[in-house]
Design a protein around this ligand. Structure first.
Ligand SMILES: [Zn+2]
Length: 120
C-alpha cells in the first residue's frame, strides 16, 4: 500500500454509488471508537477521490482523509487504509517522518490489539 501524507489535493472528487461519503464517515467514527478511544476529530472530513495510481488513500491535513474510489470494491483493504490514515491523523503533530519509527510503533500496537484482524 502506498499512502501520501500532506500532499496538496490536486485531484477531483470521485463519483461513487456503492459506498457513500456518509458511510465512509460512519466507518471512520466506528474505527475511532474501536481503536483510537474517540480521540480523533469528529469533524474530520473523509471522502472518496480519484487519486494518483500509486495512492490508495491520503491524509492531506489533520482534518481530511481522501480514499481512492477503487477501494469501494475492496472493503477490507478500505478498512485497512482508513486505519492507516487515522494513525497519521493521530500522530499529525508528533512525527515529522510520516512512516517513521513512531508511526511504525503505533501501527504495530494497533495490529497487536487486533485492529487488522481479518484484514491481512
Ligand atoms: Zn501512510
Amino acid at each position: 500500500m502506498y499512502c501520501a501524507v500532506g500532499v496538496p489535493a490536486l485531484t477531483r472528487r470521485a463519483r461513487t454509488r456503492n459506498i457513500s461519503d456518509s458511510r465512509l464517515k460512519r466507518l471512520y467514527l466506528q474505527l475511532n471508537k474501536e481503536w483510537f478511544g474517540n480521540k480523533l476529530p469528529d469533524d474530520l472530513v473523509i471522502r472518496w477521490a480519484r487519486l494518483d495510481k500509486k495512492t490508495q488513500a491520503e491524509a492531506t491535513s489533520p482534518k481530511l482523509i481522501r480514499i481512492d474510489a477503487a477501494l469501494r470494491k475492496w472493503p477490507r483493504t478500505l478498512k485497512f487504509a482508513i486505519i492507516h490514515e487515522m494513525a497519521h491523523i493521530e500522530l499529525w503533530h508528533v512525527v515529522e517522518d510520516h512512516h517513521g519509527d513512531t508511526w511504525q510503533r503505533r501501527m504495530l500496537q494497533l495490529a497487536k490489539a487486533g485492529a487488522f484482524r481479518y484484514l491481512w
